[in-house]
Structures are given as structure tokens and as C-alpha cells.
Design a protein. Structure first.
Length: 403
């Protein structure tokens, strides 16, 4: 039944390829932008369409996992959208499956020369991907009305949050999507752990992983500072409704907090007292890759669209309106970034972040961590058993995929 559903969805997504019914050239983008970033993107595409009567850009949102899998299936089958937008860790999988073409096939060196090293993502020496931002990182976000200044260590975080939570109007000191592995990484890194070694082998079954899991459990069960159950939407609602004093979330969410009337500030996720290591979220570029099936006749349209979506004017607007970090140095050094306290705080978190590996095994690591980690969070297994099972599940997935 699931295979049929995916096949039916793919047929629907692929319908209407090529030109629009009215003769205009159609360029499609599949993306995973959410929140305020999606609203900005939709407005930008509407403006582009209004200014170009000979073409139409169609955009479709899919959640990142589904987007990646559907895109590969479509591209390998000779179809799919002309552009796909997402995080840089997709690049190696797309390249291995021959789903995308080098970005230099579409954009000239003269245009790419203005981007810094974050803006052009390479894998095995080939540039595959052009970014419109870097970061995609988690940061500590706090409600200034409830917490005038943020904690800098985990011990002070616990103390301050207990004080804040004692107020009648505050239900939780902290909230975030703590059941998802991506949101667990900062606690893993400041506990001395990481997900893989230099050869791409998983490194999850160890004391660092156990300590990190136990710390999250203690925040919930011992200190009762976070919700007993949570997902992304629950965390967002609690913070926007000012029932939680702080949240851990990324740049895609910040503008939405202002829209909800929250006077928020950003700070680094606190460091562990014992090690003095800052919690390091993964840092990655987000941007566009070009479907390998784009024919030469359509390349000029894709070129024009990419220049519009990733050029200095757009990156300036994105920095100003939705607080993304530019990947063009001239924009990053401009006043719009240098005088923006939100962007400067975001950059301070990036300074202690951990670059997202582009190794293809990263996909199996995310997927293999999820099940055992969520079993721990549900109380089904211990932290030690969770670390062991994560390692085993990731190893199995890597072996099934690459060996």
C-alpha cells in the first residue's frame, strides 16, 4: 500500500512537465522551506513570475526526507523538478545517484566568484550546489520579558529556568523538539561525542552519547523543565504563546516569534560546566542543486532564476527580513548584517558550530539514530541501550546501502 501511495504521489508531482499550458516555459522547484522563510520565498517567486511573462516558476513544499527520496526517484527516472532546494548534506547522495549536474554547468565562474567557501558545496572535488545562506543551525532563543539575560552554562540554565518556571504564567523553562536526532546533536557535542569518524564510521555507542541522552532525560524527568512529550509543533506553540521561557530552534523560525509578539533574544546554547565545551549544533549551507535531466534549452531559464534567487540583492533582503546569514562576503560585511543584533548573535553560535558532514553515510546516521533514540525518550529502553542500538542500526543501514 505504501509503495503504491508513493508511486501515485510521484505521478502527480511529475504531471505537467516542460511547458505550461499557455505556452510559457515551466521551471519547477521542490523545497523544504518552512515558516517565515517559506512566506518570503513564495513572495519572491510571485514577484519573479510577474516580471517574466514568458515563463512560470512553480514551487512545491515537501518535508526534507520525503523531498530527497522523491527527487532521487524522479531524477533517476528521467523526470523531476528542474531545481531542488535543501541542506548541503543531500549533495553526496544526489551526486552518487547521478541525480544532479555540476552547478558550474549552469552558473559561470564570474558569478560564483563572489561566494565564499560556504556558498559553493563540493563533493569529491566537483561543485554541485549553490547556497543562498549558511547556518541551518540551532540556537538558544529566550523570551526577554521572562528571562532578561540568557544562561551561559548548563548548571546556570537549570538554576535560572527553575526560577523562571516558578512563576504562575510560565509552564516550562525550556522547550524544543528533543525527540528528533538533529535537535539532540548540540547535547552530544558538548558531552564530548560526535556521530562519525573521519572514515564515515558511526561513533555512537560510547559514554559521551549516554551522558548526552541522560542529560536530556534529566531536564525532563529530574528537573521537570521541559514538556513530558514534545514535537516541533508543540514546542513552537508553547514558546509563541509565552508558556515556555526559552526554546532551541533555528533561523527558519525566528521571524515567526516576532510575528507572534514575542520579544526574543538569541544566545549560544549553553556550555557544559564540567568540560567547558559549548554545545555545538551542526552548521550547513542551504541552497539549490540542478536536476541532471534539465536540457540545454531550459538551462538559460534555470540560470536566470538561480541568479535571482542567490544573488547579492536577494541575500541582502533575506538577511534583513528573515535573518539568514549570507554566503556572499560583500553582503555579510554590509551594514545590514553588521548592525543586526539577531544576525550577530546567530554568527556567534555559528562560530562554535560543527560543520555538517557531506559524507553519504550521514543519511543512514540520521535514520538509524531516530528509532532507538525515540525509544529512550518514551521510556522503553535505557540511555545505555539506546546508544548501543543506535550504533547497531546505523551500521546495519550503512552496510545495506554501501556494501
Amino acid at each position: 500500500m505504501r509503495s503504491f501511495s508513493i508511486f501515485a504521489l510521484l505521478i502527480l508531482l511529475l504531471s505537467g512537465c516542460g511547458s505550461a499550458d499557455d505556452g510559457r516555459v515551466k521551471v519547477r522547484i521542490w523545497h523544504q522551506k518552512i515558516g517565515a522563510e517559506r512566506a518570503f520565498f513564495e513572495d519572491a517567486i510571485a514577484a519573479y513570475n510577474a516580471a517574466h511573462t514568458d515563463r512560470v516558476v512553480e514551487i512545491l513544499y515537501r518535508e526534507n526526507e520525503e523531498l530527497r527520496n522523491l527527487f532521487i526517484t524522479a531524477s533517476v527516472g528521467g523526470q523531476g523538478p528542474e531545481l531542488v532546494f535543501g541542506p548541503s548534506d543531500n549533495v553526496s547522495i544526489f551526486a552518487l545517484t547521478e541525480s544532479i549536474r555540476p552547478i558550474t554547468d549552469v552558473l559561470p565562474d564570474s558569478f560564483l566568484a563572489s561566494f565564499n567557501e560556504d556558498g559553493i558545496v563540493q563533493w569529491e572535488g566537483t561543485p554541485w550546489f549553490v547556497a543562498d545562506q549558511v547556518g541551518n543551525h540551532l540556537t538558544y532563543v529566550y523570551n526577554k520579558a521572562l528571562m532578561p539575560s540568557p544562561p551561559t552554562t548548563m548548571d546556570s540554565l537549570i538554576t535560572i529556568l527553575k526560577q523562571v518556571q516558578a512563576r504562575d504564567e510560565v509552564r516550562y523553562g525550556l522547550t524544543w523538539n528533543y525527540t528528533e536526532p538533529f535537535f539532540f546533536i548540540p547535547f552530544l557535542t558538548c558531552s564530548g561525542g560526535w556521530v562519525m569518524d573521519e572514515q564515515g564510521n558511526p561513533t555512537l555507542d560510547n559514554e559521551a552519547t549516554v551522558r548526552a541522552i541522560q542529560f536530556v532525560l534529566d531536564l525532563r524527568d529530574k528537573h521537570q523543565l521541559i514538556p513530558a512529550q514534545s514535537d516541533y509543533n508543540v514546542a513552537e506553540t508553547l514558546f509563541k504563546d509565552q508558556l515556555a521561557a526559552s526554546i532551541i530552534n533555528g533561523p527558519w523560525s525566528w521571524a515567526g516569534y516576532s510575528d507572534a509578539g514575542v520579544d526574543y533574544g538569541l544566545a549560544r546554547i549553553p556550555r557544559m560546566d564540567a568540560s567547558s565545551d559549548w554545545c555545538a549544533p551542526v552548521i550547513s549551507a542551504k541552497g539549490y542543486a540542478v536536476n541532471v535531466n534539465v536540457n540545454d534549452e531550459k538551462l538559460s531559464y534555470v540560470h536566470d532564476l538561480l541568479v535571482y534567487l542567490t544573488g547579492p540583492e536577494m541575500q541582502t533582503r533575506m538577511a534583513e527580513e528573515i535573518a539568514t546569514i549570507p554566503v556572499i562576503d560583500a553582503v555579510r560585511n554590509a551594514e545590514v548584517v553588521q548592525q543586526n543584533p539577531v544576525l550577530q548573535a546567530s554568527l556567534r553560535q555559528v562560530e562554535v558550530g560543527r560543520p555538517m558532514p557531506t559524507a553519504p553515510q550521514m543519511r543512514q546516521i540520521w535514520d538509524g539514530m531516530r528509532g532507538p533514540y525515540q525509544l529512550v525518550m518514551s521510556g522503553t529502553i535505557s540511555a545505555e541501550e539506546g546508544a548501543r542500538r543506535m550504533q547497531e542500526e546505523v551500521e546495519k543501514r550503512i552496510a545495506d546501502t554501501f556494501l
